[in-house]
Design a protein around this ligand. Structure first.
Ligand code: ADP
Length: 994
């Protein structure tokens, strides 16, 4: 059997046992393992021994042969306590030394657990060695006395002082006096009075009679007739007294004084008697004279105190024999007795040879002579140390008990089973309101106050407790208070048994009204909980710690159409969808096992056979020790929410896609205008890689000047729920200037309040440019078209008038002029057509091989017609053959030469330079004209771009260089320019050799 040590030894019990005034040890198990031993126990068995944790057999090998282990075994198996009285045990107190004989009174008391199984034995006992040894000595000395009385020469007697003087007792000595046996003398046949010599008889009778009134007894000498008929002289000393039955008896001693020697011997023996008696006494005896000088100490004194020499007389005062605190008291008391002659009695501590002060009871009685004067004091000292300690411990224990009963709120009682009477503590007065004088001590007083309905039950219980062997009892019943009302009490008691019979029941009676109220409140709260649970919109249930469901709310039954019988335990599985039930069971089982909160979503079938979706949760309910006692679960119908959630999910997905795929940059701002988020396109447009460098920055700060004002204004509008819109230009973070179309709009929260602002910006840089170009083109085109058309129209009007005059010479001039303008118009129309062809990719080329002269000479020729002022110098070898579109390259040459002339109003030499390279020919057209500002050079090949010059106004639409660059690029080359303002320009390109 596995032993629970706590069962054998609770800490409280341990404490009590440790301080028990008896030697105490607690043994557990069939091997009697020593679980604890108090100090007294250790002192008894030998303080140096290591015994705790060992079996008795191991701890005390010397006990095995003495039968104690067999006794323990018997107690352990039968459960009957064993009480040993004055058993001698040989203990090996110090290893290697001789055993010591110790006498003990003890009990082996079986210990049972709650189930009644024996789990150990408690050993309680008292070391009575001192007591036994003293008693043995006393017995010996009594025996000695008896022997002396029996054996002293002379007869000691007692007889009834009425006829016929039959002896009640005679000592052996009588035989040697009168030759009669004791039997004869104590029998009816021999009558002492008749043995007295006739001559002496009357004198003896008179002496006895006279002694009746006095205190000294009688002392007579007379002759006695022995059995053989011889007379012997005897001295008879004795007295006539009343015995305990009020009969007059004569007691005395008869000495044969026939022989004087005999008398002397008798005297000596008397002295010996005293000495022997005194020496054999278990106490420390002393004799003092009338002045109080100690004249004799018996041997016990010498054994007890070391260095008794010099203590005679009053020497003991200075020898520190008494405890310093007791000495003055002792001297005073002794002095008083000496003065008054009254008995001396005092308790004091006397120092033993080993230095220990032990309590003694000191006594002395005066011995007076016949004149009543004190001759001697006979004194004794009895060791009462253990008794005194026991008394003290008892007093403390009683005090503790009293304090405890006062301090507790419980009613404490002690019921004496035999007397059928109670002791109650004061709480019966204070708590139940009984006046002290009304407190009954008998059992009926108590029974009469139990509620009549509870009496049979309580009585039955009590009877079974008293008959049985249990050590405790408990009952709840109603008990009447002083005011007549009944209170719920819990009565718990410990049944004290002696030899298996109940002797006392010590217990408490507690007012459990508060507990009952809590129970009631609990029941009510439970009812309230159920009502609540039945009315919530969810399905609810409760399961035990293993997950067996034992309760569902009404909704569950309403929904499923099943009752508890079908649903309890794991019956709920039948309303689950077969496709989901296994996963649900698996998940919930893990949660039940691990004590984790359970959450799951699954369909449940309703009473009509339709499934609806439920979000289910269960939480464990734990007791104060953290152990799960219950599970509480709910199932919430989320079928509708699932639909909404799906729609929400789709809409979110939709929004996300829009945000990702839109070409616009979209930012969200908080109500302080700080950037919260930006979409990918937005990042790209701003030319940044990482939003973190912008996050939290104020959006307006991205703008400057008037656009910043616009931005702030639009943001305010959006905050007020309006739309803000503006166009503005600002550089990207990498410095690229761009134009933006910005829309700022509010975002509302669920309550309709603006909680964020959205900003959508579109890159309109290109659009802006196209618009600019369009505007510019329109203004240029209208001017360039209007000029020749006006001129042609003017020429035609003049020609009409000249036709009337028939002035053909002038007509010819104007026709030529009109033709010139028509050519200009045609050239413009050609350019526009070319641009449109370039843009639609339809500009066609006819490649062939031809000489450079073909494209240079005609052009130079044409230019000389256009401007008489400018001279075109051609340098280099023009005879080389190249490959390309002859017409288009001629167009390029003419265009570049036209520009060179046009933009050199103040300088008249133009150069065409042809340079030969390995595979190609480089052609440069050089003028010393107005040149192009550096910052504009990059733009001059764009369509419609013209450098505005405040000093000069040149005609043109800005298409020539655009077309030229395109044509050269189609020849796998590049048209390039080198120009300095007011210094002239050089346009150059290379062409592949044929
Ligand atoms: P346009 O019809 O204006 O001449 P082009 O495309 O031929 O158009 O030339 C574009 C612009 O380049 C001109 O408007 C002029 O400002 C500049 N440009 C062209 N050639 C020269 C040059 N040789 N010297 C100075 N500026 C020139």
């Amino acid at each position: 059997m596995e032993l629970n040590k706590r069962e054998v030894l609770s800490s409280k019990v341990f404490d009590v046992l440790m301080h028990s005034p008896t030697f105490t040890a607690v043994l557990s198990g069939p091997d009697h393992v020593i679980e604890m031993a108090n100090d007294l126990y250790m002192l008894t068995v030998g303080p140096e021994r290591q015994i705790v944790g060992k079996s008795v057999k191991e701890a005390f090998p010397e006990l095995e042969s003495q039968g104690f282990i067999d006794l323990l075994d018997e107690v352990y198996t039968t459960g009957k306590p064993f009480i040993g009285n004055e058993l001698g045990v040989d203990l090996l107190r110090e290893p290697g030394k001789a055993t010591v004989k110790v006498y003990v009174n003890f009990i082996y008391y079986p210990q049972r657990n709650d189930q009644g199984d024996i789990i150990g034995i408690v050993v309680h006992g008292i070391d009575i060695t001192d007591h036994v040894l003293s008693r043995k000595k006393l017995e010996e000395s009594r025996q000695t006395l008896q022997n002396l009385i029996t054996n002293i020469p002379g007869g000691v007697y007692r007889y009834n002082y009425s006829d016929p003087w039959n002896f009640v007792f005679v000592s052996h000595g009588m035989k040697s006096i009168c030759e009669y046996d004791m039997m004869d003398l104590e029998g009816p046949d021999v009558v002492w009075r008749e043995l007295i010599h006739e001559e002496d008889k009357q004198r003896v009778l008179t002496a006895l009679e006279e002694s009746l009134g006095g205190s000294e007894g009688y002392n007579v000498t007379y002759r006695i007739k022995s059995k053989s008929g011889k007379y012997r002289w005897v001295t008879d000393r004795g007295q006539v007294v009343y015995d305990q039955y009020s009969h007059l008896i004569a007691e005395g001693i008869i000495s044969d004084i026939t022989d004087k020697k005999l008398a002397e011997e008798l005297d000596q023996k008397n002295q010996l008697l005293f000495r022997t008696y005194a020496e054999a006494m278990p106490h420390m005896a002393f004799v003092a004279n009338a002045k109080g000088d100690i004249i004799y100490y018996n041997k016990r004194w010498y054994d007890y105190i070391e260095g008794l020499e010099g203590t005679e007389g009053w020497g003991w005062k200075d020898k520190s024999i008494h405890h310093p605190d007791d000495l003055a008291r002792t001297i005073e008391s002794w002095g008083k007795s000496l003065e008054s002659g009254e008995s001396y009695e005092i308790e004091y501590r006397l120092r033993r040879f080993d230095g220990e002060y032990r309590w003694h009871l000191g006594r002395a009685e005066p011995i007076r002579n016949k004149n009543g004067e004190i001759e001697l004091w006979l004194g004794s000292n009895t060791d009462i140390h253990n008794q005194k300690q026991t008394e003290e411990e008892l007093r403390i224990s009683q005090e503790r008990f009293n304090l405890m009963t006062q301090a507790t709120n419980d009613i404490v009682y002690d019921f004496d089973v035999k007397k059928r009477s109670f002791w109650w503590n004061d709480n019966l007065v204070t708590i139940f309101g009984y006046p002290t004088q009304e407190l009954g001590r008998d059992v009926d007083w108590w029974t009469n106050r139990i509620h009549p309905d509870d009496i049979p039950r309580v009585n039955k219980l009590i009877k079974s407790v008293l008959k049985g062997s249990q050590v405790s009892w408990a009952a709840e019943y109603r008990f009447k208070s002083g005011d007549g009302a009944y209170t719920d009490v819990l009565n718990r008691g410990y049944v004290w048994r002696e030899d298996g019979k109940p002797v006392r029941i010590i217990g408490t009676m507690i007012d459990i009204t508060p507990r009952k109220q809590i129970e009631k409140a609990l029941q009510e709260s439970e009812a309230r909980f159920r009502a609540l649970a039945d009315n919530i919109s969810q399905l609810a249930w409760m399961a035990d710690a293993n997950g067996n469901i034992h309760w569902y709310n009404k909704r569950w039954y309403d929904y499923t159409g099943y009752g508890l019988e079908e649903m309890k335990g794991w019956g709920w599985k039948k309303v689950h969808h077969p496709d989901y039930v296994n996963a649900v069971v698996e998940k919930i089982s893990i949660c039940f096992k691990n004590g984790q909160v359970w959450e799951d979503t699954f369909p449940l079938r309703n009473r009509n056979g339709n499934y609806r979706w439920f979000l289910s949760r269960a939480i464990p309910i734990r007791d104060e020790n953290g152990l799960i006692t219950q599970w509480f679960g709910t199932n919430t119908d989320i079928t509708e929410q699932l639909g909404i959630e799906e729609a929400l999910r789709k809409s979110e997905e939709f929004n996300r896609r829009i945000l990702e795929s839109t070409p616009d940059g979209i930012k969200t701002l908080d109500l302080d205008g700080r950037l919260l988020s930006i979409n990918k396109q937005g990042l790209k447009m701003l030319e940044i890689d990482d939003f973190t460098q912008l996050k939290g920055h104020e959006w307006f700060e991205l703008w400057s000047g008037k656009y910043k004002k616009e931005a702030i204004n639009c943001f305010r509008k959006a905050k007020n729920g309006e739309l803000g819109h503006f166009e503005g230009t600002k550089p990207t973070l990498r410095g690229k200037q761009k134009w933006w179309d910005v829309l700022v709009a509010p975002i509302y929260d669920g309550q309709g309040n603006v909680d964020r602002v959205i900003e959508v910006s579109r890159d309109i840089t290109e659009l802006k440019e196209v618009n600019r170009q369009k505007d510019e083109f329109l203004s240029i085109a209208s001017h360039e078209l209007k000029t020749p058309v006006t001129s042609i129209k003017g020429s035609i009007q003049i020609i009409e008038r000249l036709l009337e005059d028939q002035n053909y010479e002038l007509i010819g001039k104007f026709v030529t002029k009109a033709e010139l303008h028509v050519d200009k118009l045609l050239s413009l129309i050609h350019d526009l057509l070319d641009v449109s062809k370039i843009q639609s990719g339809k500009l066609e080329f006819n490649f062939s091989e031809f000489s450079l002269i073909d494209i240079v000479e005609d052009c130079v020729e044409q230019m000389s017609h256009q401007s008489k002022k400018h001279i075109i110098n051609v340098k280099g070898d023009l005879s080389q053959t190249i490959r390309g579109d002859k017409v288009r390259l001629e167009q390029v040459m003419c265009n570049l030469l036209t520009n060179a002339i046009k933009y050199s109003p103040d300088y008249d030499i133009i150069e065409v330079e042809v340079t030969d390279a390995v595979d190609e020919v480089k052609i440069a057209i050089i003028d010393k004209g107005i040149g192009i500002p550096e910052e504009k050079i990059s733009q001059i090949f764009e369509k419609f771009f013209r450098v505005e010059d405040a000093l000069h106004q040149f005609q043109g639409v800005g298409l020539g260089l655009y077309i030229c660059a395109e044509i050269i690029s189609r020849h796998d080359s590049k048209l390039e320019v080198f120009s300095e303002l007011n210094r002239g320009s050089t346009f150059f390109f290379s062409l592949p050799k044929a």
